[in-house]
Design a protein around this ligand. Structure first.
Ligand code: GDP
Ligand code: IMO
Ligand code: MG
Length: 423
């Protein structure tokens, strides 16, 4: 009844495209973690939509979309997206709902995110600066403001006062930055509070009732397995549980309700922001992938770091998420390469690692053992049948399936909905 879709690498695997494609058979699409840091691209009839908070199923006219309690919601970003949708003839009226217990990102979260990341100096994470991590920090520090608090004038004022006093102290005394005025935040958020009122719901209860009625729910993951706060390449991670388990806590959903878990894997690897990346390419080879794959961040526009497919990582992602199947994206980007490499083991100080090491020293310092396969020249963007793919493309897919031990059921060969092959 509930299908979960997760990223198996460092985000930007093409989850937005995959969610939009899979949503054809769904009733509800639900975001369960992350915030404005996510950037999910959907391309319909040559028009590109980038979603940060609105679930990627919204372009299906009858789809109900929900933002779960595990998401941190920046009202500015949310209503910018809604406005863009409405300008393009997509109405969200009566079909976009937000959990009353989701936390709100306010201006000070965004400022603090940017200052703190600069302050880390050499240890900077290269965050997206969207205030996602700092909102989660307040949530866990029990000084966060939930949607339901945000909407009640008295409660909001009281909570904002406490939270802001602390932040202003930091801004003034420690970071030597300008303080923020409470009245200004209060006034500037007024219009969002008004608009948000009719969108609030007890999402956990709603999803429970709808699934009992037999409705199909697609839980949309943001980021990727190796940005997970517990299992990613800490500290170079995001501030939430990006793995499939996050769908339960981020939606108030029983694990018993999840019937299918799908991983999205790019045909190569990318990473944006800082942190170790064993199969990373440098120089011209990286530049070629970046140009062909248009690898620039959907949220920040930063160039993405590019490298070979890392099967050790994806194998771990298959296990920790319990993947039933994988969907491979951007296979078309590899057309024209003479040889293609797949990372299959790490070597560090004489030891061979066939599994993802949680030890940062190993992961940062290792060399990679690769298996190589022959490439193909054909442009594959127009192919719709698996049998019509070049032999070497099929060999590449099958090699990865054997290595990660999970079937690849769909292959994406372009950014639009139709450019999808079922295997
Ligand atoms: P997400 O964060 O996982 O949703 O991925 P992003 O939207 O940040 O980045 C994926 C990019 O690749 C977007 O620009 C998509 O339009 C594009 N894309 C998705 N699937 C394919 C594909 O199969 N081939 C190509 N060439 N581009 C794709
Ligand atoms: P989607 O959902 C790729 C990265 C940032 C940074 C680190 C921490 O589009 O796949 P944060 O702002 O979350 O505190 O930044 O995580 N990051 C992403 N990288 N795709 C994303 O989302 C990301 N969201 C965060 O670049 O390295
Ligand atoms: Mg993205």
């Amino acid at each position: 009844m509930v299908t979960v879709v997760v990223g198996t690498q460092w985000g930007d695997e093409g989850k937005g495209k995959v969610i939009d494609y899979l949503a054809q058979d769904m009733d509800i699409v639900a975001r369960y973690q992350g915030g404005g840091n996510a950037g999910h691209t959907v391309v319909i009839k040559n028009k590109q939509y980038i979603f940060h908070l609105v679930p990627s199923g919204i372009l299906h006219p009858d789809m109900v979309c929900v933002i779960g309690n595990g998401v941190v919601v920046d009202p500015v970003s949310l209503f910018e997206e809604i406005e863009y949708l409405e300008k393009n003839g997509v109405s969200i009226e009566g079909r976009l709902f937000i959990a009353e217990n989701a936390h709100i990102t306010l201006p000070y979260h965004k400022i603090l995110d940017q200052i703190e990341d600069k302050f880390r100096g050499k240890g900077s994470l290269g965050t997206t600066g969207r205030g996602t991590g700092t909102t989660y920090a307040d949530k866990f520090n029990r000084i966060g403001i939930r949607v339901i608090d945000f909407l009640e004038e008295e409660i909001f004022t009281e909570k904002l006062k406490i939270a802001l006093e602390l932040k202003n102290y930091l801004f003034k005394e420690y970071y030597k930055e300008q303080m923020l005025a409470m009245e200004k935040i209060y006034e500037e958020t007024r219009k969002y509070r008004e608009k948000m009122k009719k969108m609030v719901k007890n999402i956990a209860l709603y999803l429970d009732r709808e699934t009992e009625k037999g409705k199909q729910v697609l839980a949309e993951g943001a980021q990727g397995t190796f940005l997970d706060i517990d299992f990613g390449t800490y500290p170079y991670v995001t501030a939430s549980n990006t793995i499939a388990g996050g769908a339960c806590t981020g939606l108030g959903l029983s694990p018993k309700k999840i019937s299918r878990i799908i991983g999205v894997a790019k045909a190569y690897t990318t990473r944006v922001g800082m942190g170790p990346f064993p199969t990373e390419l440098k120089g011209q080879e990286a530049e070629n992938l970046r140009t062909t794959g248009n690898e620039y961040g959907a949220t920040t526009g930063r160039p993405r770091r590019c490298g070979w497919f890392d099967a050790i990582l994806v194998k771990f992602a298959c296990r920790v998420n319990g993947l039933d199947e994988l969907i491979m994206t951007k296979l078309d980007v590899l057309s024209g390469l003479r040889r293609i490499k797949i990372g299959t083991a790490y070597n560090f100080e004489g030891t061979v690692y066939n599994e993802y090491p949680l030890n940062t020293k190993v992961f940062t310092g290792c060399d990679v053992t690769y298996e190589e396969v022959d490439g193909w020249d054909e442009n594959i963007g127009g192919i719709r049948r698996y049998s019509e793919l070049p032999l070497n493309a099929k060999r590449y897919i099958e090699k990865i399936e054997q290595t990660v031990e999970v079937p690849i059921t769909k292959i994406s060969v372009g950014s639009s909905r139709e450019q999808t092959i079922s295997k």
